[in-house]
Design a protein around this ligand. Structure first.
Ligand code: HEM
Length: 179
C-alpha cells in the first residue's frame, strides 16, 4: 500500500521526544521519594536537563510543524476520530511546553538555578518564593500526570490502528520505511 509518511526530521523529533519524556517522567517519579543524598541531587539535575531538552525539542518541532504540513490522514476515517486525533495532538503540544516550564518555574521559586548539562546557567524565571514554590510543585506534578494520561491515549490509539484496524497508519511515523 502506498502511504504518505512524515518527513525524516519529524520522525526523528517524534521518537527523540518520546524517549526523553518517558525517561524524564520515570526519573521524576523515582527521584522525589529518595532520601536526601548526592545521588538524589544528581538525578534532579539529569531530570532538569532532560526536561529542558524536551522544551527545546518542542520548540524546534513546533517550528517544523508550522512550516511543513503533516501528511494527510487516510481517507474514510470518521470525523470524530479526526477531531479526537487533532485535539490530542494539540493538547500534547501545549504540555510539551507547559510541563517543562512549570518545572523551571518551580526550581526558580524554590531557589535552585538550573544549569543545563552542568555548563549553561539558565536564568531564574521568577524570584525565590516558598509559597509559590509549593503551588508550582503541585502544578508540575499534575501537568506531568496529565501528559502521562495523554501519552497513554495517544499510544492506545496508535496500537488500535496497528492491531485492530490494521490500516498501516503507524508506518507513517516509524523510522526506516518508504513512502
Ligand atoms: C518533559 C519534561 C518533564 C517531565 C515529564 C517531568 C515530570 C516530573 C514528574 C513526574 C515529577 C514527580 C512529581 C511527583 O510525583 O511529585 C517531577 C518532579 C520534578 N521536576 Fe519535572 N518534569 C519535566 C521537566 C522538568 C524541568 C524542565 C524541570 C526544571 C528545570 C523539572 C524539575 C522538577 C523538580 C525539581 C522536581 C521535584 C519536585 C519535588 O521535589 O517534589 N522538571 N517532574
Amino acid at each position: 500500500m502506498n502511504i504518505h509518511r512524515y518527513s525524516n526530521v519529524a520522525i526523528a523529533l517524534h521518537w527523540l521526544m518520546a524517549l526523553a519524556i518517558v525517561a524524564g517522567f520515570a526519573m521524576g517519579l523515582y527521584m522525589v521519594d529518595l532520601a536526601f543524598s548526592p545521588n538524589k541531587l544528581k538525578l534532579y539535575s539529569w531530570h532538569k536537563w532532560i526536561g529542558v531538552s524536551v522544551f527545546a525539542l518542542a520548540a524546534i518541532r513546533l517550528l517544523w510543524r508550522l512550516t511543513h504540513a503533516a501528511p494527510p490522514l487516510p481517507q474514510g476515517a470518521p470525523v470524530w476520530q479526526q477531531w479526537a486525533a487533532h485535539g490530542t495532538h494539540m493538547a500534547l503540544y501545549v504540555l510539551f511546553f507547559a510541563l517543562p516550564l512549570s518545572g523551571w518555574l518551580f526550581s526558580s521559586a524554590a531557589g535552585f538555578q538550573t544549569v543545563y548539562l552542568g555548563l549553561i546557567p539558565l536564568p531564574d524565571l521568577i524570584e525565590k518564593n516558598r509559597e509559590l514554590a509549593d503551588t508550582l510543585k503541585a502544578v508540575h506534578r499534575y501537568l506531568g500526570y496529565a501528559l502521562a494520561a495523554l501519552v497513554t491515549v495517544h499510544v492506545a490509539a496508535a496500537l488500535k490502528h496497528q492491531f485492530i484496524d490494521r490500516d498501516g497508519l503507524m508506518r507513517r511515523i516509524l523510522p526506516g520505511g518508504r513512502s
